[in-house]
Design a binder for this molecule. Structure first.
Ligand SMILES: [Zn+2]
Ligand SMILES: [Zn+2]
Length: 353
C-alpha cells in the first residue's frame, strides 16, 4: 500500500509499504479520511515520533476491510471511527477505565503506525460504528470533537454561562460549537490571526477579538458584566493564560486545553487573581472513551447523527497523501489560512454514506 512514512525529523516520504495484516482481535480498516492534528506539526518537524520509521495520523475514519481471527462477522464492511489510543489494560488507570491516563499505552499515529496511509489495523475494542447519515469525513473529526467536548464538560457548564475561548483554530471552534449546542450564553473568541477570526465570523460567531488590536481582558469583562463564567485556554500561550485568569469572573472556571508552546510562567498579579477570585483551574486531557462518566465518543457520534453539531464547514482543505507534506508546511509556516485539513483517500470516498 501507499503510506506517508516519517523516517526522521522533517523527513516524511510517500512510499510503498507492506499491507498490514490484522492480528487476532483486530481488523484492517481502509482509511477514508484522516485529519492533520496540531500535534502532528511538532511530531513531524521538531520532536519526532517515539521511533522511526512511523506512519503518523490519528484522527481518522474508514471502512472495515479484513477481519482478524476471532472477530465477529458483524464488523465486516462496517463504517467506523477509531479511538487511536491502545491502553495496556493492566495499570491502575486502566482498571478505573481512565484510558487517557494509562501509564503504558500505545497510540496509532505516534507510538505505532497510524492513518496517513491506505490501510491501518486496529483492535475491535477501538472501533465505533458510524451511524447512518454521518459521513466518514465527519467521522474523521470525532477525535478532536471529543477532545473539545471533554474540555467543556470538565466545567459542568450551565445553560446561559458566558464563555471566552483563547484560540480560534479547529479545537477552539469545536469548543465554541459545543457551547452553542449546549445553550451557553455569549461565546467570545480571541485570536491573533485575523484570517481565523474572519473564518469564525463566517461560521456565525459574533463576539470576536483580535488580541493584537485590543485587550481581551477588558473586552470580555465589559461584554459580560463582571467576566465570563468559563474561560478556555486553547492557545497554549502564557500571555493568554494570564489574561484568562484576569478575565474570568469571581468563582469562575479556567480550562487548560492548549498544548503549551514552552514554559507557562504566571505573574504575581495573575496568581493573585486566581486566589482572590477563587478560580477553579481545570486540566483536560484527551477524552473519555468507554469510561466514566460517559463515553464521549458515542456522545459525539450521536450529536453528529442528530445534526446538533455540524463540523463539515470547519474543513478548509482536503488533500492526497502526496500533498500531505505541503499542507503540513502551510500549518507550520502559517503561509496561508487553514482550519481543519483532511487527508482524503480517493479509493475510499468518505462521501459514500
Ligand atoms: Zn490530535
Ligand atoms: Zn494502562
Amino acid at each position: 500500500m501507499q503510506a506517508c512514512v516519517l523516517h526522521a525529523i522533517g523527513d516524511l516520504r510517500v512510499e510503498e509499504v507492506p499491507l498490514p495484516e490484522p492480528a487476532p482481535g483486530e481488523v484492517r480498516v481502509r482509511i477514508s479520511a484522516c485529519g492533520i492534528c496540531g500535534s502532528d506539526i511538532p511530531r513531524v518537524f521538531t520532536k519526532g515520533t517515539y521511533h522511526f520509521p512511523t506512519i503518523p495520523g490519528h484522527e481518522f475514519s474508514g471502512v472495515v476491510d479484513s477481519l482478524g481471527e476471532g472477530v465477529d462477522a458483524e464488523w465486516a464492511h462496517a463504517p467506523v471511527a477509531i479511538f487511536p489510543l491502545l491502553p495496556c489494560f493492566k495499570c491502575e488507570a486502566c482498571a478505573q477505565q481512565a484510558y487517557a491516563q494509562c501509564e503504558d499505552y500505545n497510540y496509532l499515529g505516534s507510538r505505532c503506525d497510524g492513518a496517513f496511509a491506505e490501510y491501518v489495523c486496529a483492535p475491535t475494542w477501538n472501533l465505533l460504528r458510524v451511524p447512518h447519515g454521518v459521513s466518514l469525513e465527519e467521522a474523521a473529526m470525532v477525535e478532536p470533537l471529543a477532545v473539545a467536548a471533554h474540555a467543556l464538560r470538565r466545567t459542568q457548564p450551565d445553560p446561559g454561562d458566558n464563555i471566552l475561548i483563547f484560540g480560534a483554530g479547529p479545537i477552539g471552534l469545536m469548543v465554541a460549537q459545543w457551547a452553542k449546542t449546549w445553550g451557553l450564553g455569549k461565546i467570545m473568541l480571541v485570536d491573533e490571526d485575523v484570517e481565523k477570526l474572519r473564518f469564525a465570523k463566517k461560521l456565525g460567531y459574533k463576539h470576536l477579538l483580535d488580541a493584537r488590536e485590543s485587550d481581551p481582558v477588558e473586552w470580555a469583562r465589559t461584554k459580560t458584566n463582571g467576566g465570563p463564567h468559563i474561560v478556555i485556554e486553547a492557545a497554549g500561550s502564557p500571555i493568554a493564560l494570564g489574561q484568562a485568569f484576569q478575565a474570568v469572573r469571581d468563582f469562575g472556571k479556567v480550562v487548560l486545553l492548549g498544548n503549551p508552546a514552552g514554559d507557562m510562567p504566571l505573574s504575581q498579579a495573575d496568581y493573585w487573581a486566581v486566589m482572590r477570585k477563587e478560580v477553579t483551574v481545570l486540566g483536560t486531557w484527551n477524552s473519555v472513551y468507554k469510561g466514566y462518566p460517559k463515553n464521549e465518543w458515542q456522545l459525539v457520534l450521536d450529536a453528529l447523527a442528530a445534526g446538533t453539531v455540524d463540523v463539515t464547514p470547519l474543513i478548509s482543505h482536503r488533500c492526497t497523501l502526496d500533498e500531505l507534506m505541503t499542507h503540513m508546511e502551510i500549518m507550520r509556516d502559517r503561509s496561508a489560512f487553514s482550519n481543519k485539513i483532511l487527508y482524503v483517500n480517493p479509493n475510499c470516498s468518505p462521501k459514500q454514506d
